[in-house]
Ligand binder design. Structure first.
Ligand SMILES: [Zn+2]
Length: 71
């Protein structure tokens, strides 16, 4: 049996452990079968919650934090 590697929708990393792969969505193909969207188990909750507004706010927080940790 050959394990198929999935790519995490959240972090774009390969999900190396099949036990860690969670199917979070399914995209229907225009012709033929669609494909499943996968994520790491710990990232599955994050996939649909990131929206552009939240990302912009998070980016500002991260930038702020980085500045604060500079000597
Ligand atoms: Zn991930």
């Amino acid at each position: 049996m050959t394990a198929t590697l999935h790519v995490c929708r959240h972090c774009d990393g390969l999900i190396l452990d099949p036990e860690d792969a969670v199917e979070v969505a399914y995209e229907h193909g225009n012709s033929g079968p669609g494909r499943s969207i996968w994520a790491h188990r710990e990232h599955a909750d994050l996939v649909d919650r990131i929206d552009p507004d939240a990302l912009r706010i998070m980016t500002r927080i991260w930038a702020h934090r980085e500045k604060d940790t500079q000597p």
